[in-house]
Design a protein around this ligand. Structure first.
Ligand code: DQA
Length: 144
């Protein structure tokens, strides 16, 4: 099984950006966590981060025929991007939406998620653990 873990804008600034909200762990730590977890679960993981919406669309499209699951934290594009929603719908790959912070407890403009409609689950407010929980969910789903 191969899981593609995609992070959108500003998530490369983890550990630096608003640590009170997103924590003090760096993006590199998240990458290590994901790769170690994949090894433990006996699956392959690929990580990708971009600050550009079109690049994120390209990456989702590239998963067609090559990945069995997607974990995506679209960052602020969660709340604005119909293109990312359409891309996930287009590839038809089981996808889990992840947010490090609890978006439901934040500003009104964060209450809309376009991509959610195409996702099998949303994990929000669990910190970096949300990524490994999302991977577990995809692994369990593929084995049932
Ligand atoms: C985020 C929440 C978004 O509202 C925000 O724009 C982000 C990160 C999160 O992981 O909590 O960039 O997706």
């Amino acid at each position: 099984m191969k899981i593609l873990v995609i992070n959108g804008p500003n998530l490369n600034m983890l550990g630096i950006r608003e640590p009170g909200i997103y924590g003090t762990e760096r993006y590199e730590t998240l990458c290590r966590l994901v790769l170690d977890h994949a090894a433990r679960r006996g699956v392959e993981a690929e990580l990708y981060q971009s600050n550009h919406e079109g690049d994120l669309v390209d990456k989702i499209q590239s998963a067609y025929g090559t990945a069995d699951g997607i974990v995506i934290n679209p960052g602020a594009y969660t709340h604005t991007s119909i293109a990312l929603l359409d891309a996930v719908k287009a590839v038809g790959i089981p996808t889990v939406e992840v947010h490090i912070s609890d978006v439901s407890a934040r500003e009104d403009f964060r209450q809309i998620s376009y991509i959610r409609a195409a996702c099998v689950a949303t994990i929000s407010g669990r910190g970096l653990a949300g990524y490994t929980e999302a991977m577990d969910l995809l692994v369990e789903r593929s084995r049932t």
